[in-house]
Design a protein around this ligand. Sequence first.
Ligand code: G3H
Ligand code: 13P
Ligand code: ZN
Length: 311
Amino acid sequence: MPLVNTKEMFAKAYAGGYAIGAFNINDMEILQGIVDACQQLRSPVILQVSGSARKYARHAYLVNLVKAAEAETGLPIALHLDHGADFALCKECIDGGFTSVMIDGSSLPYEQNVAETARVVEYAHARGVTVEGELGQLAGVEDEVSVDADRAHYTDPSQVQDFVGRTGVDSLAIAIGTSHGAYKFKPGQKPQLRFDILQEVMDRLPNYPIVLHGASSVLPQYVEIVNRNGGRMADAIGIPEEMLRKAASMAVCKINVDSDLRLAMTAGIRKHFAEHPEHFDPRQYLGEARGFITDVVRGKILNVLGSADKI
Ligand code: G3H
Ligand code: 13P
Ligand code: ZN
């Protein structure tokens, strides 16, 4: 099958009480590591590309790698733009083969977010591409996403019907206490998600797919491998898996994971060099790192998403 948009994936996920993993890709090994796990467990998947990943790896390389993955595996795969900054970037990706885009207007004043999102939806829907919008702001720092904890704020459920109704957006990312990166909570702080906000959003938008960004669990065993092999990631803390499972059983149909893949890849490479300091063939250490990515994605599918055997 060709690359798909997220419409049918989300309808099935909502009805089945599971979520689709949306994994960030930056190169071939990350992509293959993800897809290998999805093939083993017969799971649909969203492969997402941030603006800075697109700058790093270049549009044509990423699109064609994803097309190769689809041709080899036959899996339902959506190619999604993560955190599209504006209409121009969304348009480039839609014109260039993406099947889904996020327009991230969450930092704009509400009316501007509505206008920019509606503009992207109109362009995308005319071309069979689905659109994710965002209301509320997550804390955290990535290349092109940087929000101080003080400026982050939860989604206001009283806005969601108006936003979805006026924009026609296909899914909505909301802020309920997750954040981007590997340092989501302070040591001693109890991880908490606002399930009351998620429930209120569900009540106001029946059968509507919700998206969770900043949803890496930052598994301690991988942090430990990094730190044992020369790394320094003190106090890296993520979202407990049971909270994500609960969200997936509710209206959350898309769970975004990037930091856990970065952590797995780094753990694999650091471990490899610690054990084989004489190696210098990239296939040796990147091959081991790719296997680490597969293990992490298998764990997500089985322990968090519930998307195994859903194709
Ligand atoms: O949410 C942001 C993603 O983790 C992408 O991060 O902009 O550093 O590629 P990036
Ligand atoms: P993490 O940093 O928790 O992996 O979140 C990734 C994300 O939200 C990508 O959009
Ligand atoms: Zn995100």
